[in-house]
Design a protein around this ligand. Structure first.
Ligand code: PLP
Ligand code: COI
Length: 351
């Protein structure tokens, strides 16, 4: 309950140093953070405190065995100065799904939601109002308990930090279809937002960046014949007028943006298919002109159109035209998120 949250406010707000008209993504942190400890078999000591470094024992299991998960959400303002969240309970559910896979204790909904709401109340002035900007929210949980025994820790922390943020990508996104590395495998943790999944992506992504691409299109680990995700986004492909995305699996994150877009596209009478997409199909469509669009979808990046892709030393450009599915769907979802249009599914939560 929020009444059980201990609150310590900062005496040195940094807000006046922030240029809200030029926000980077995720690198300016707001004044406060929510912290809750799991100890002696229960979550306790919910506090909101000034954003600051935390102390951990060097043998804390997070450092050695990577027991760490996170979520990504955003808070928005509407023109009446209401604070809005988008499907926050889905993030809470997914956090617990990731937690189960990493043997991190389940966090009760009231601890998560009350902490989040109180934090947004206290740091309300940090929520940007500029078009295209929002307050990125990063809840995360990790093993703070100690010891080198390779087994789950006995203590954990849940922390929620926020960062007023602008666009995730600046400029055109060029991707490389991965033929060797994989971000996830059957039976693994690809469906979870485990920190280690992202660490494992850095090396192949770095190789792609060295070749002039921004991101990797992940393919299945077994055959590399199917395209699955785009960096830290779900992927959509438009062939002629059909919008296609891969089904979720052990290897693919069940994105909240992805499932919202599927619904909104159907509402716009766009023909949608949720099925496996082969690399061959995409390359063939690029060659014969039926590949109209590719885009990534995720909380941080919203909808990011892909300008071109590389595969086996060949580059393919996607056509540029007006009123793409990506632009229509981006407008529709952000208009719902920011209360510019009706919210037909009750996704918006006003605080
Ligand atoms: N895929 C991966 C690997 C991600 O990290 C994310 C980001 O959260 C997504 C997809 C998109 O998920 P969501 O739309 O819930 O943010
Ligand atoms: C998000 O879209 O919120 C994510 O978590 C992606 C992140 C790795 C920037």
């Amino acid at each position: 309950m929020s009444s059980n949250i201990k609150i310590e406010l900062t005496k040195n707000s940094k807000i006046d140093t922030v240029d809200f008209n030029n926000l980077p993504f995720g690198s300016i942190l707001s004044d406060h953070m929510f912290v809750c400890d799991y100890k002696d078999g229960k979550w306790q000591n919910s506090t909101i405190q000034p954003y600051a470094p935390i102390q951990l024992d060097p043998s804390a299991k997070i450092f050695h065995y990577g027991q760490s998960i996170f979520e990504g959400m955003k808070a928005y303002k509407d023109t009446n100065n209401n604070t809005l969240l988008f499907r926050p309970l889905d993030n809470h559910k997914r956090l617990n799904k990731s937690a189960e896979r990493l043997v991190i204790p389940q966090v009760p909904e009231d601890i998560f939601m009350d902490g989040l709401k109180k934090l947004l109340e206290i740091d309300n002035a940090w929520i940007p109002t500029q078009d295209g900007s929002s307050l990125y929210i990063r809840p995360f949980m990790f093993a703070s308990g100690n010891g080198f025994h390779a087994s789950p820790a006995d203590e954990y922390k849940l922390i929620i930090c926020t960062a007023p943020s602008g666009a995730y990508f600046s400029g055109k996104v060029k991707v490389l279809i991965e033929e060797k590395y994989a971000r996830a495998a059957n039976g693994g943790v690809g469906f979870a937002k485990a920190g280690g999944n992202y660490a494992a992506q850095f090396y192949p992504t770095q190789l792609a960046v060295e070749k002039g691409y921004n991101q990797v299109i992940w393919t299945d680990d077994n055959t590399h014949e199917y395209i699955e995700e785009a960096g830290a986004m779900n992927i959509f492909v438009r062939i002629n007028d059909t919008l296609i995305t891969s089904p979720t699996s052990d290897r693919i994150l069940d994105g909240i943006t992805r499932k919202s877009i599927l619904q909104l596209a159907r509402d716009k009478n766009i023909n949608v298919e949720v099925r496996k997409i082969t690399v061959t199909e995409v390359v063939t469509a690029a060659k014969d002109g039926s590949l109209k669009e590719m885009f990534g979808a995720g909380t941080a990046a919203v909808i990011s159109p892909i300008a071109g892709f590389g595969f086996k030393n060949e580059d393919f450009d996607l056509p540029e035209f007006e009123n793409t599915f990506a632009s229509q769907l981006k407008k529709y979802i952000t208009d719902i998120q920011t209360n510019k249009v009706e919210d037909p599914y009750g996704w918006r939560v006003t605080l």
